[in-house]
Design a protein around this ligand. Structure first.
Ligand code: ADP
Length: 360
């Protein structure tokens, strides 16, 4: 089925890649490393497919949640039952999809991944539910975007592992129930408030993923750097972590770009903080992780409206962006770091925001 991408376990593959990686890093002929590492790291990344941790013990941070999940996985394995349904919510890039894949890996079952907007017609969800094998995982990303019909099929599927089909019209209408294999639904959303309560209530676990602290981010940067065969000095690791907005996906993205930039210089065995600074300023990512569109928004508010308040539509027109992009992509981080405030009269740059842009 085209809308379902079955995630095949690549355990052996990834293990052998990591082994290759270790061998490379320990190569006593350090001089050959720069020549080889870029090609080798490209190969490793493409073989791994991505930088996702595969097992729970490789997943960094979110300590309490990991403990709860570990116990639940062990209990489900012992009882040979499906794990209870799990809802994950929080900003993008914090590891929701990664957790779904890890749960599949730990339980030794397939994790089928689908995004809610792809489940347009009833036959889409019915087909998927019927194809699930016992205790497998169905991961639905952006679950708040499910349509009503699909959602209603999920109610009985989640609760009783059953699909109720209505056959015929008018007086000859009949309901036919079909049993399906017990499965685990893992839903991910950035907007938990948009979930209907009947759906929300059917999840046995509901977990919010928080932005990562600096310590955990440093560990993530270190891990990714190793996978990319990049050797970063300690203060370079800290610098990347500080500019990653508390988000592993951004940390990984910055590291990939740093790798691109330094790959031009073949004599580098270690990446220093200066080099990281240079690379990140080339990418226009500043010391707080703000990029050019974040700074442009603050600058516009300060220069044209003396810091605000300015309504969203005016701001969007002034910047030539659409309001939704401003609201869902640019603003959240500025609000989180306290550089921007939303008031009933519009957006206002805070004192910290002014300071960061050098206005005080
Ligand atoms: P989401 O589904 O929340 O948008 P993902 O699960 O796709 O986020 O994570 C984005 C990337 O960040 C992954 O490819 C993975 O490499 C990395 N990542 C996320 N969480 C962690 C973590 N706790 N430890 C290490 N890497 C992580």
């Amino acid at each position: 089925m085209s809308i379902v991408s079955s995630i095949t376990t690549a355990t052996q593959l990834s293990r052998s890649c990591i082994l290759t990686n270790t061998k490379l890093s320990e190569d006593p002929h350090g001089n050959d490393l720069p020549k080889l590492w870029y090609r080798e790291s490209e190969r490793i990344t493409s073989l791994l497919g991505n930088l996702r941790p595969k097992y729970l013990n490789e997943y960094i941070g979110q300590q309490e949640f990991k403990q709860v999940l570990k116990i639940a996985i062990q209990a489900a394995c012992a009882r040979e039952e499906a794990l209870d349904h799990l809802l994950l919510y929080g900003p993008p890039g914090l590891g929701k999809t990664t957790i779904a894949l890890i749960v599949g890996q730990e339980l030794g079952v397939h994790c089928h991944i689908v995004t809610a907007p792809a489940l347009e017609r009833p036959r889409d969800i019915i087909g998927i539910l019927l194809s699930l094998k016992p205790n497998e995982i169905l991961f639905i990303d952006e679950i708040h975007r499910l349509n009503h019909i699909t959602e209603e099929f999920l109610y009985t599927a989640m609760e009783d592992f059953r699909i109720d089909l209505t056959i015929g019209k008018g007086k000859v209408t009949r309901t036919h129930s079909i049993s399906i294999s017990p499965f685990t639904l893992i839903g991910a959303t950035t907007k938990v408030g948009s979930l209907s309560s009947p759906l929300f209530d059917r999840f046995g676990f509901v977990q919010r993923l928080d932005l990562y602290n600096l310590n955990d981010l440093c560990r993530i940067v270190e891990r990714t750097a190793t996978l990319l065969a990049l050797k970063l000095e300690q203060n370079a690791i800290l610098e990347v972590a500080q500019r990653s907005r508390g988000t592993p996906r951004i940390a990984n993205r910055l590291l990939r770009r740093i790798r691109d930039i330094i790959s031009i210089d073949r004599n580098l065995n270690f990446v220093s903080m200066e080099l990281v600074n240079e690379a990140l300023s080339l990418l226009q990512v500043d010391s707080q992780g703000l990029d050019s569109s974040d700074r442009r928004l603050l600058q516009f508010l300060l220069e044209v409206y003396n810091g605000g308040p300015v309504g969203l539509d005016t701001l969007a027109a002034g910047l030539g962006e659409d309001p939704l992009t401003i609201e869902s992509v640019i603003e959240p981080f500025l609000l989180q770091v306290g550089f921007l405030k939303r008031t009933h009269r519009g957006r206002v740059v805070t004192k910290d925001g002014c300071k960061h842009l050098g206005w005080y």
